[in-house]
Write a protein that binds this ligand. Structure first.
Ligand code: SF4
Length: 339
């Protein structure tokens, strides 16, 4: 059974931790609460930290002469400098952070869907990032960063959790680094990385092989940069097919031709959007029980984050992902008679 390190996650304090919104509200968030036992949260409210108090007149991001300012229309206060200074101090004080869950649409915490207002503070002229949210993106470009709104999407949540727990495991390697631990980390994440980005997986394999005998620090820095690139975006819906085919190669010898046909058929049905991923995955796990293979057992691909965070309803949502892949395939297929 895989044991998981506790990721360090900075979270907007109003997401269930404190009544710190401008009107004294708190926003209970089911996902944030469910994740709680498996992570170390660092809750923070940037607006309270710069002394705006609760309750407080709301603030806005305002476009003034080609520049964005954080303004409090009711008082005419410009708190841009205080917020930038706080963000730099707070983020600079963190010993480590594997992820961030920030409040969507907030002029402070929002990541990218924040209203940008005209100088008069009323008309909306576009969208932008909140001041604290932008500082997070700039200072921790490779961390798992999302807002609570986007995390209600199955695919985004799955990617966020996978990245979060992978980065926490990587942080543990860096705490007491040896070549052996790097090799172990790479071996355990091989299938996961294969699903995310095959090109990066190949490059990372070469880095770990270290034929040039580079010093450990240089190898780790190089590996970390490629790990960040590999985990940058969620894998394509159907990339799991390649990984499962790879895993199948380990068992196929021991299976009867009917069993092989059954598995390949399940895989094909998954590819066609008729079965969720859990169907071929469960078959493969049952082969793992019949024919134990240490290499596959240790693969994080099969358990990227704690089981309790997998929702029962998630397997159904996989279908939406596959339907999207089907739509893309149909769009890419030339129609009969088309030039
Ligand atoms: S969104 Fe951020 S700044 Fe606003 S109340 Fe929540 S934690 Fe505080």
């Amino acid at each position: 059974m895989r044991t998981f390190p506790k990721p360090i996650v900075v979270v907007s304090k109003c997401l269930g931790f404190d009544h710190c919104r401008y009107n004294g509200d708190i926003i209970p968030d089911e996902f944030v609460a469910r994740l709680g036992p498996y992570v170390e949260y660092i809750p923070v409210c940037a607006e309270v930290e710069i002394g705006l108090g609760v309750p407080r007149p709301p603030i806005n991001v305002v476009a003034v002469g080609g520049e964005e300012r954080l303004m409090q229309p009711a008082t005419g206060r410009d708190v841009s400098a205080e917020m930038r200074e706080f963000a730099a101090r707070f983020l600079g004080s963190l010993a480590a952070a594997d992820g961030f869950i920030l409040k969507s649409r907030s002029p402070s915490c929002g990541l990218k869907d924040v209203k940008l207002r005209a100088a008069n503070g009323k008309a909306i002229v576009g969208t932008t990032s909140g001041f604290f949210g932008r500082a997070v993106l700039e200072r921790f470009p490779h961390a798992a960063i999302e807002d609570e709104g986007r995390l209600s999407n199955f695919r985004i949540r799955q990617h966020f959790l996978t990245k979060l727990f992978t980065l926490a495991a990587w942080r543990e390697v860096k705490q007491a680094p040896t070549m052996g631990r790097l090799v172990q980390f790479h071996a355990a994440n091989k299938l996961l990385l294969m699903a995310y980005n095959q090109k990066e997986l190949r490059l990372m394999g070469r880095i770990v092989a270290n034929l040039e005998q580079r010093p450990l620090a240089a190898v780790l820095a190089d590996y970390e940069a490629h790990l960040a690139e590999a985990l940058r975006a969620a894998p394509r819906c159907t990339s799991a097919v390649n990984v499962l085919m790879h895993g199948f190669g380990y068992f196929s010898e021991g299976l009867t031709s009917e069993e092989k046909r059954f598995f390949l058929d399940a895989l094909e049905q998954y590819r066609a959007g008729k079965l969720p991923l859990i169907a071929p995955l469960t078959l493969m796990q049952s082969y793992g029980i019949r024919f134990p293979r240490e290499y596959l057992d240790q693969q994080t691909f099969f358990h990227p984050y704690p089981e309790a965070l997998v929702e029962l309803t998630d397997s159904g949502k996989e279908m939406a992902c596959l339907e999207e892949a089907q739509r893309q395939r149909r769009a890419a297929t030339p129609r009969a008679g088309a030039a």
